[in-house]
Design a binder for this molecule. Sequence first.
Ligand code: AMP
Ligand code: AMP
Length: 337
Amino acid sequence: MAGRKAYKIATLGSHSALQILKGARDEGFSTIVVVTPDRYSLYKRFKFIGKIIEIKSLSDFPKVENQLIWENAIIVPHGSFVAYLGIDENKKMKVPYFGNREVLDWESDRIKQREWLQKARVPVPKRYTKASEIDAPVIVKSYGASGGHGYFFAKNKKEFTSRFKNFKARPYIIQEYVIGVPLYIHYFYSPLTNQLEILSIDKRYETNVDSLGRIPSQNQQGLGIEPSFVVVGNSPLTLRESLLAEAFEMGERVVKTSQELMPGGIWGPFCFETIITPEQKFSIIEISCRIVAGTNLFVTGSPYSALYYNKEVSTGRRIAMEIKAAIKTGQLNKILD
Ligand code: AMP
Ligand code: AMP
C-alpha cells in the first residue's frame, strides 16, 4: 500500500525472542525487541535485531505501545508474556497480536483446559478433587507457566496430607503422577491453509528429577531428597514413527474443539506436554498455547520441519512465514487479534 510503513515484528526480550526475531529477519521483516536494562547487552549482539526499545521494568510495557503501533509492529507473544505481564495485560494490549487471545482464559484455568482436552478426546491424567480419593502417586501443581516451580510429588494419600500442609499456592490441581517419558510436541496450525504441522519435538531437562537416577536408590535413602521439576534446558528428540499419526490426530482434534469452544479457536504455535507410558499410551499433562522454549533448539530447522520446507524453518520463522503470507493475501485479520 502506497505510503504505508512495512510491518515489523516485535517481541519482549526473553524466552524465545532470539528465535522469533531471527526467523522474522530471515523472512525479510525488520525486527524490534523490547528489553529491560539487564538484557540490553544480550540483544545488542545480534544483527538480525533492528531496534531495541528499553523499558525500566516489564510492567512498563504499556508505555511503549504507542511507539510500537507507530512503528507498525506486530507482537509475537511467548512464555514471558503470560509469566511476567499476566493475562489482563495481554488482553489489554493494543498492538496487533499474533494469536487468539480468547484462548488465554481456557489455557490458564487448569480445569477449563482439562475440559477442552477431554472434549477433544485427548487422554489426560486422572484428577483428584480431594485427598480421600488419592489411590496413586500424585503431583500437585499451581496454575500458570511457572516452569515447574512450586510443585510437589506425593507417593500416596498419607504423604499428600503431610506435604499439603506446607503448600501455599492457590489455585492448584492434584493430578495422577504418570510414570513414563515426558515429551513435548510443537505444533503449528495455519488458519490460512487449515493445515496442522508438527514442527519439532523436545524433552526437557528438569532439576532435580532428571538426575535422581544418578544416585542409586539405596544411597538416596535417608537423604530426604524430594523430586522437583524446575526446567533448566531442553534436548531434541524424534518420536517413534508409529506414534506420529496419533500425535497429529490429537492435535487436529484439539484445534477443531477450540473452534467450537472459543470464537476463532486456536491458531499459530502450541505445544502438548505429554507423557508416554510403557504401554505406548499418551497422557497429555498440559497444553501451552503459544511458542514454547523447547523450540529454541531448532533455529536451523528440525527433522520434522524439513519434511515440509526446503529451508531451515524454526517455529519462530514459521510464524513470520504465516504473517508474510497473510499480508500478501490480505488476510491479516485472520491471524492477528
Ligand atoms: P525466563 O526468561 O528464563 O525467566 O523465562 C520466562 C518464562 O518461560 C518463565 O515462566 C520460565 O519458566 C519459562 N521458560 C523459560 N525457559 C523455558 C524452557 N526451556 N522450558 C520451559 N519453560 C521455560
Ligand atoms: P508443567 O508445569 O505441567 O509443564 O509440568 C512441569 C513438569 O512436571 C513436567 O515437565 C513433568 O516433568 C512434571 N509433571 C507435570 N505433571 C505431571 C504428571 N501428571 N505426571 C508426571 N509428571 C508430571
